[in-house]
Ligand binder design. Structure first.
Ligand code: GYE
Length: 323
């Protein structure tokens, strides 16, 4: 590995801490390590925290990696700065979990010019030039939305459901794919009514706030289509505080299928949960190993995922959940 001078430590949150200030002696110890700069979206959800943990576990010192994590706190500008810092530091690889789709061409052109391979994980970027990144690993978010709609077609107890739609951060591929799935369902079923749609930024607090506001306004609904589990937790709290029973009074369709949410599928509070797998650490490690040995990883890798409702969830699935 090229000689690496650790001059800056970019960590922003305790969870993301993986790097300590370098000393001259410590610098020497990194000579044989593969240095990876990871620009992470933030810490908005259980999914995101599991994603960060997976990266830290796979790209560990024990495995021969020096991982520098930057928490962008949801801001693309911070990611662009982090990537520039990684380039200046001379990292061997950059891993980017992009906030939004657009606006990456300039900084990725800089990475390419510096000869630093960029591995994109989770959400996708929108760039006409695919040579700006080495490969991408993530989920088929449109397929996830389609699966949720297919379940609703079969399982809703009314033909004319009144639907509340909590969206993730707008302009992200996770939000767009899941929204496109619902939009296709609405187009196919003119009797389905979208009574409310707004972004709750993938956070529990905002999910709760929006559903509380809806209930206060007296808006009636049968289904909540919530684009991640954390918004769902907030929505469930709002329903319960209003004396409603989630799963009975309101059908809840959620995305991510994190451990806690699957417990809620078991109890029937969440009716259907579409899995989104955050365990990208070992996948990124495998890609780096391929590149190190001179072979070429596939350009796009879609992670295999499934989904669960009250009929298919089992204790075994929950207990063996890695996130
Ligand atoms: O569903 C959500 C997270 O991009 C797939 O972002 C990811 C989404 C995930 O905050 O919980």
């Amino acid at each position: 590995m090229k000689r690496f001078l650790l001059t800056l430590c970019l960590l922003a949150s305790l969870l993301l801490s993986s790097c300590s200030p370098a000393t001259p002696a410590a610098t020497d110890a990194y000579d044989d390590m593969i240095v990876v700069g990871f620009s992470q979206v933030g810490a908005e959800s259980d999914w995101r925290n599991a994603h960060t943990r997976s990266m830290m576990e796979a790209l560990s010192a024990e495995n021969g990696y020096r991982l520098i994590i930057d928490d962008a706190q949801q801001k693309q500008e911070r990611q662009i700065t982090a990537i520039r810092n990684f380039i200046h530091q001379g990292v061997d690889y950059i891993v980017l979990a992009p906030t939004t789709m657009a606006g990456w061409d300039t900084v990725l052109t800089e990475a390419k010019a510096a000869g630093v391979p960029v591995i994109i994980v989770d959400r996708m970027i929108d760039s006409a030039d695919e040579s700006l990144f080495t490969c991408w690993i993530g989920s088929d978010f449109r397929k996830e939305g389609d699966e949720a709609v297919a379940w609703m077609e079969k399982n809703l107890s009314t033909d004319a459901p009144r639907i509340v739609h909590l969206q993730g951060n707008t302009g992200t591929t996770a939000q767009q794919g899941r929204t496109e799935g619902l939009d296709a369902g609405l187009a196919k079923h003119p009797q389905w009514q979208l009574v409310y749609r707004n972004t709750a930024d993938f956070t529990q607090a905002k999910g709760q706030e929006l559903v509380e506001a809806l209930l206060a306004q007296g808006i009636q609904f049968d289904v909540i289509y919530s684009e991640n589990d954390n918004m769902t937790y907030g929505a469930i709290d709002a329903l319960k505080n209003a004396g409603l029973t989630p799963g009975k009074d309101v059908t809840i369709v959620s995305f991510d299928a994190a451990h806690k949410a699957l417990e809620m599928v078991m109890t029937g509070e969440i009716s259907y949960n579409v899995e989104c797998n955050p365990l990208h650490g070992p996948r990124v490690k495998a890609v780096i190993e391929k590149l190190e040995s001179g072979s070429k990883p596939p350009k796009f890798t879609f992670v295999e995922e499934t989904s669960f409702d009250t009929a298919t969830i089992t204790r075994e699935v929950i207990d063996s959940r890695g996130y």
